[in-house]
Each structure stands twice: as structure tokens, then as C-alpha cells.
Ligand binder design. Structure first.
Ligand code: SF4
Ligand code: F3S
Length: 373
């Protein structure tokens, strides 16, 4: 971690190495590096021909300093990062990025740790990247979350306010998440709301997909700026498409083949989970294509409906989790969250409610158990 910044190789500070040189030093082959660049190109929804350009940029760019702040959270996003393997967490955390401060994984503690953070803010003002995990309580001057005697609010304003850019990871840091669920006893908000002047990009999800964090950082290193976002501050490459439009169960939705009971034949056959409460039709995230756990699976692929975890206030707006959405806007694959207006959603509600009823009647033999509500 911080120590590697001081190490010297033939008189060159490790801090001055380019990203690819650092990976090479750690034994990552050129072939694996190129595979990583291809994966990042795909994650960023760029054409495959872009991989060599990413490689070239990473050959030239120096690694940025990064600090990771944790506030009101479950540490799920840190867990997601620690389980990332493309590249491995060691490559991301210890090599590609110079992570100077991360409470969960850093060796330093107490005053020593806080001194490292203060040093970064002072000596690298406007040059470092902050990752924030967890929401920030605003009520009662922020007393509900304090680290090292300072409120999360004060720390966020100081550290994010002096950063080059802030990446809010997970739904809590992006929009307040679970701590902000009604009645929101601590007045929890996301980083953008707590530090209005900061440059913030949101990577919501419970947890975030670590590949999306890596891709965001790579985009920043390659293009010198954060990726384009939607109106919720989410990068379009990861949140530009509806779950419903990329879902492997979509043919079953269109055919009116729904699961109506867990463990039923329809469930075993992989039919659509809409009637079991899937929120995929109103959720924007690249889960069906990027997947989790080394791309092995994702919630709907594993047989559970999408809970809408990447949407603002999903605990209040997407619950009860197992109750079907009252309506399903029928937009094409190119639709984005910005294009869905309340009026349009209301206008299509009746049509989709009818679709649900008609489908249930037509395919009654496919579904078993409880009737939809
Ligand atoms: Fe997939 Fe859910 Fe849409 Fe069904 S409702 S197609 S399970 S996203
Ligand atoms: Fe979350 Fe739904 Fe993806 S629950 S992880 S947005 S499938």
C-alpha cells in the first residue's frame, strides 16, 4: 500500500511507473494485460478495436493516488472489490492504483492512518481520486457517523471537496441506500447531495460491480475524464440499458411464460420472474451482460428477481420485493432512464396490466401455484 510508493528500482520511484510497467513488474504477462484491455473495452461498451488504444494509454499513464472512505455501509462494496479477479484485486488495488487510505484493508491504524489521509489531501490537492462507500448522515450535524472524531460529513466535504474526482460506489454512497430508507432516521444522503460542489460519479448497486469500478477508472486514465452519465450521475456504459432488455428470460416474458411459485416447473424451466416481483423492467444496470463472481451469474440468472438495487430509493420504491410491478413500460432496448417520463409510464400501465392478465389466461398451463395479485 503506501509503502510501495517509497520503493526504488534503479533509482526510479515506483510512484513514477506507468500502469502497464507496474503490472509487468508484478508478473502480469503482456498477453494477460491485453486480455484485461479487451475486457475493459467490452465493459465500457467500446468496439473491440479499442483494446490496443487502451493498452497504449495505460503504457503511458501513471497510476493515480486513490483514497477509499467508508461511512454508513455494510462493507459489501469492499467485499466485491476484494473478490474481483479481472485483473486480480492485488493488481487493481496494489498496482494499478496507489491506494493510500482504505480503512478496511490498510495496515496502518489510528493516528497513523489519519495522518496518511491528511497528507494526501494536503500534498495532492486536486490530483487524487476518492472512492466513497456508504451514505452520509446529515441530521443533527452528522453525529450518527464519526471516524477519528470527525463526522462523515466533515470528512467527505474536506476529502471529496479537494479531490480530482469522487466515485460513489454502491447505492448507499450514490443515493443514501438502506440507511436512507423511510423514515431515514439519520438523514442519510449520497455523496453528491452531501458535497454539492464535488465532481461525483455514481456506481450504484448492492453491491457495486467491481468491473464497473475498474472500467470507470480505466476510462479516466485513458480519456482523462469521467464517462458520460445519465441524470442520476450513473455512467451510461453500465447503466444505459434496462435489465429487462438484456435479460435471458425476456423471451419467456414476451411469450407470457411466468413463474408463479418458487420451485415450480416454470421456475426450473427458467421462465420470467416478473410475477414473482422482478424489478428488471424498471431497473438500469449491466448485470445481465457483465454479471458477478467472475461473470458466472447474476440475480435473475440465479433464479431470483431483480430487486432494483441500482435505482435511487429502491428500498422505498421497489418494495415489497416479491410483489409484481404495477406496470411495465414497454420501451425498446435503446430506452434510457432519462427517456421514461411518469406520464408515459402511467399511460402504458393499463396496457401492461392487460398483458399480464391475457398472458396468464393464455398460458395458464405453464404456471403453477399462487395466482398473481
Ligand atoms: Fe427478466 Fe425480470 Fe424482465 Fe422477466 S421481468 S424478462 S425475469 S428482467
Ligand atoms: Fe441489483 Fe437487479 Fe442487478 S437486484 S445486482 S440491479 S439484477
Amino acid at each position: 500500500m503506501g509503502d510501495s510508493r517509497e520503493s526504488v528500482d534503479n533509482g526510479v520511484l515506483e510512484l513514477d511507473y506507468t500502469v502497464s510497467r507496474l503490472l509487468e513488474k508484478k508478473g502480469v504477462s503482456r498477453r494477460d494485460f491485453m486480455k484485461f484491455c479487451s475486457a475493459m473495452s467490452a465493459a465500457l461498451a467500446l468496439p473491440a478495436t479499442f483494446a490496443p488504444k487502451i493498452a497504449q494509454a495505460l503504457d503511458e499513464v501513471k497510476r493515480p493516488t486513490l483514497v477509499w472512505l467508508e461511512f454508513q455501509d455494510c462493507a459489501g462494496d469492499t467485499e466485491a472489490l476484494l473478490r474481483a479477479s479481472n485483473p486480480t484485486v492485488a493488481e487493481i488495488v496494489l498496482d494499478v492504483l496507489s491506494v493510500d487510505y482504505h480503512e478496511t484493508i490498510m495496515a496502518a491504524a489510528g493516528h497513523q492512518a489519519e495522518e496518511i489521509l491528511a497528507k494526501v489531501v494536503k500534498e495532492q490537492k486536486g490530483k487524487y481520486i476518492v472512492v466513497v462507500e456508504g451514505s452520509i448522515p446529515m441530521k443533527d450535524d452528522g453525529v450518527y457517523c464519526c471516524v477519528a472524531g470527525k463526522t462523515a460529513l466533515a470528512t467527505a466535504r474536506e476529502v471529496c471537496g479537494s479531490a480530482l474526482a469522487t466515485v460513489a460506489v454502491g447505492t448507499c454512497a450514490s443515493f443514501g441506500g438502506l440507511p436512507a430508507a423511510n423514515p431515514n432516521p439519520t438523514g442519510a444522503v449520497g455523496v453528491k447531495q452531501a458535497v454539492p460542489g464535488a465532481t461525483v460519479i455514481n456506481l450504484p448497486g448492492c453491491p457495486l460491480n467491481a468491473d464497473n469500478l475498474t472500467a470507470t477508472i480505466v476510462h479516466f486514465l485513458v480519456f482523462g475524464k469521467l464517462p458520460a452519465t445519465d441524470s442520476f450521475g450513473r455512467p451510461l456504459f453500465a447503466y444505459g440499458k434496462r435489465i429487462h432488455d438484456n435479460c435471458e428470460r425476456r423471451p419467456h416474458f414476451d411469450a407470457g411464460q411466468y413463474v408463479e411459485q418458487w420451485g415450480s416447473t416454470a421456475h426450473a424451466k427458467g421462465h420470467c420472474l416478473y410475477k414473482m416481483g422482478c424489478k428488471g423492467p424498471e431497473t438500469y444496470h449491466n448485470c445481465p451482460t457483465q454479471k458477478y463472481n467472475d461473470k458466472t451469474s447474476w440475480p435473475v440468472g440465479a433464479g431470483h428477481g431483480c430487486a432494483g438495487c441500482s435505482e435511487p430509493q429502491f428500498w422505498d420504491t421497489m418494495t415489497p420485493l416479491y410483489k409484481r410491478l404495477p406496470n411495465v413500460p414497454g420501451f425498446g432496448i435503446e430506452a434510457t432512464a432519462d427517456k421514461i417520463g411518469i406520464g408515459i409510464a402511467v399511460a402504458t400501465a393499463a396496457a401492461f396490466a392487460a398483458h399480464g392478465i391475457i398472458s396468464a389466461t393464455r398460458h395458464g398451463d405453464e404456471s403453477e401455484g399462487a395466482k398473481e395479485d
